[in-house]
Ligand binder design. Structure first.
Ligand code: NAD
Length: 532
């Protein structure tokens, strides 16, 4: 006998869930009391079903009704009614009376507590959250949410269901925003803070985010999601977690109050009238292949520095390495560009002052602006016009665009050298204001920090967090893997700098060090151990 799935609510999510379950061969009973919504749900399922497989037999497996039946033989019931606690509780109560005692009772809630929805319900061992992503037919991820009483059999059955419908499951605790909606918050919130600080324009920030590997920039994404929907998620996570770092932005509240909701209202961060906004595409120039006859010195050591020096060697005839800060006398006098890489996690002001003293005035000095406050350094330099602050998060290979600090003191020559150097390497540059972490350091660092906090708070395992962020919001790499690539100490340093400006709420979590730890070490395993 085919198994039965009971879906309650045939809106955006319910119709999608019904379609994927029917496609996997389940008989689907779908309940939708609103006649108009029923017609829209049917149309949506027909459209989605037409994407592949035998449409007629898929549709034949779906049975519609306008009320929850008194009795159902479903092995699993999933509610996808609007996000209101009292409504979901009453639906749960009706479902509890309708389904067999061993059947699973699931909710697709995004922001409510699964335990609260099931409050007062006797069979809590069968309660589970199945958090699908929109649109369910296309999105691979399902977050399986367990409450304290959820039994192992229920978890196993939920996994089997998710697998059978061709989705990938991650396990999460019943915490605000679960994994994805929580760990993604800093992407939006920190981007709006950067905009407010005037780091760059909306178009430039979106382009920087895309160049770092995000599928969409934060502002175009908020416009697509709907500013009101995105704000409601931020508010619900904030109201339940009460973490000041996740406080919704007044800027977004103001836009929502003005009715600027994004694409659906014709205007959000961008204006969609007259064919929509022009997207700023920072297409990196093709490497010219020319080798410039200049001496470039790279200061620092480690694999990232090796790779960087190797890239430079393709564009400059004479690339030298000085691995140790104690050996500055080894810097060749003919050096026209000095690239200070450092360890990425230490302020280099003292060293920059020393280099400024030692090097001829025509040498352009590049400094890592994520690690060093360039604004402080120039005040102490005799030739501040030669200093260029750059931002490369982890490796140049994975980043198509480099942030360059827009300092008034920089000479046109120095900025032209920066442009020429990065373009020769096949990278675009964007000029940004000098704030701690610039843009990408601030935004990616905060996402990594949130992921580390989520691990510490037993929301999910590191692997599930990384998988969830790749599948749920298309991150180019899981945030914890990204954090290991950038370095925990580097992220902690960047966030310590932002916290000085923005407040202690933005300080790095003390456990960021685990990203640099030996994964085989006992201490690492103890720190990353999830107790369930
Ligand atoms: P929706 O408004 O599109 O659909 C809800 C449907 O439930 C409507 O058709 C409504 O008529 C129906 N309904 C209302 N009361 C009912 C009842 N008593 N019995 C049966 N049906 C009833 O909402 P949605 O976007 O599909 O969201 C549903 C749930 O999924 C919410 O909990 C939401 O938080 C969650 N969710 C939404 C998204 C998303 O992006 N839309 C993503 C993940 C999870």
């Amino acid at each position: 006998m085919q198994e039965i799935v009971l879906v309650v609510g045939a809106g955006t999510m319910g119709a999608g869930i019904a379609c994927v379950a029917a496609r996997a061969g389940y008989i689907v009973e779908i309940v939708e009391p609103d006649a108009g919504a029923r017609e829209r749900g049917k149309a949506r399922i027909e459209r989605d079903a037409a994407r592949g497989g035998d449409v007629a037999s898929l549709l034949a497996r779906i049975r519609w009704s306008d009320a929850i039946p008194a009795a159902s033989e479903a092995a699993i019931a999933i509610e996808a009614v609007p996000e209101q606690l009292s409504l979901k509780r009453s639906v749960f109560a009706q479902l509890a009376g309708a389904i067999a005692p061993q059947a699973l009772l699931a909710t697709n809630t995004s922001s409510l507590s699964v335990a609260e929805i099931a409050q007062g319900f006797a069979g809590r061992d069968r309660v589970i959250g199945l958090h699908f992503f929109n649109p369910p037919v296309a999105m691979k991820l399902v977050e399986i949410v367990e409450i304290d009483e959820t039994s192992d059999e229920t978890i196993a059955a939920a996994h089997a269901f998710v697998e059978r419908i061709g989705k990938t499951a991650v396990m999460t605790a019943d915490t605000p925003g679960f994994i994805v909606n929580r760990v993604a918050r800093p992407y939006y919130l920190q981007s709006m803070r950067a905009l407010e600080r005037g780091v760059a324009t909306i178009e430039e920030l979106d382009a920087l985010a895309r160049a770092a590997g995000f599928r969409m920039g934060p502002f175009e994404l908020m416009d697509l999601i709907g500013l009101d929907v995105n704000l409601a998620t931020s508010e619900s996570v904030y109201e339940r977690l009460r973490a000041p770092r996740l406080e919704p932005q007044p800027m977004q509240r103001a836009l929502v109050a003005q009715g600027r909701l994004g694409r659906k209202s014709g205007c959000g961060f961008y204006d969609y009238a007259n064919g929509g906004p022009e997207r700023l595409d920072l297409v990196p120039p093709p490497p010219s292949g020319d080798v410039m006859d200049e001496c470039v010195t790279v200061l620092g050591c480690g694999p990232a520095v090796d790779a960087f020096a190797a890239s430079l060697a393709r564009c400059y005839s004479d690339v030298r390495r000085v691995e140790n800060d104690e050996m500055l006398e080894e810097i060749a006098p003919e050096t026209t560009v000095l690239f200070d890489v450092g360890d990425g996690a230490t302020d280099r002001t003292e060293l920059l002052v020393e280099l400024d003293r030692e090097l001829g005035p025509d040498t352009v000095i590049f400094a890592d602006a994520y690690a060093t406050d360039i604004g402080v350094a120039i005040k102490r330099m005799r030739h501040p016009e030669r200093l260029v602050g750059y931002g490369i998060l982890s490796s140049l290979e994975t980043q198509a665009v480099v942030e360059i600090v827009d300092l008034e003191s920089s000479s046109d020559d120095a900025l032209a050298v920066a442009q020429e150097l990065f373009e020769a390497l096949g990278k675009s540059v964007v000029l940004v204001e000098n704030v701690p972490g610039l843009y990408l350091g601030r935004v990616v660092g905060s996402i990594v920090n949130e992921a580390v906090i989520a691990v510490q708070e037993n929301v999910a395992t590191p692997d599930d967090i990384d998988l969830a962020m790749r599948l749920g919001v298309n991150y180019p790499i899981g945030p914890l893997a990204w954090g290991r690539e950038i370095g925990g100490a580097r992220i902690a340093h960047i966030l310590r700098r932002t916290a000085k400006d923005d407040g202690e709420a933005f300080a790095p979590h003390r456990a960021l060090w685990v990203l640099d730890a030996d994964e085989e070490s006992e201490q690492f395993e103890a720190e990353m151990e999830i107790e369930r």
